[in-house]
Write a protein that binds this ligand. Sequence first.
Ligand SMILES: *Cc1c(COP(=O)(O)O)cnc(C)c1O
Length: 226
Amino acid sequence: MTGSVRDNVARVRERIGRAAARSGRRPEEVRLVAVTKTVPLERILEAREAGLAVFGENYVQEAEPKVRALPDAEWHFIGSLQRNKAGRAVELFSWIQTVDSPRLLAEIARRAARAGKVVPVLVEVNVGGETSKGGVDPAELPGILSAASGLPGVRVRGLMAIPPFADDPEESRSHFARLRELLASLRGGAAEMSELSMGMSNDFEVAIEEGATMIRVGTALFGIRP
Ligand SMILES: *Cc1c(COP(=O)(O)O)cnc(C)c1O
């Protein structure tokens, strides 16, 4: 993918708009998280200038200089988080999207409480049942949520998933629908549990049609990663 970041942002926004219109939603209901792993700072600044304000990073160390350079942006952690990095993650990121165990949740909460923060988090669900992927089994969700309710440093705001990779975005649809149904079955009227982070460059339109409130887009904005 060539093209300037500015052009790419415009194209992605158009795609978001069309997918939202198809499903009777407003484009403002979908937060575009620009995924910046391996992307150099000057390209991220171009995205910022094109109006993007929410960024996602997979590695704490790689993120640090980028977060420092754009402190007023909203940074989401979207990688696999080791417990010994939870403190740094709490310092750097506004959201942590990839909680995948009660122990990680408790450590984030402990670090957040120490920093006087309440960190919004998502629980990552392994919707495809893939052994190679992170995320909790759906059966573990009620336990994690009840543990979270006793931890003042975290607020579980919803669910996140990375379905099995497929060339045809339609193959992701049933996984996205499953995540939406899981959220509906768990939230029990809790309005703050409303976020669905799902959809990447090749399938975010389908995710929007299935109710995504956050899409995580890298390649379509910044080009193919090295
Ligand atoms: C890299 C990454 C993305 C972005 O993927 P693209 O296909 O480049 O849009 C989204 N989510 C997660 C968790 C990622 O690691």
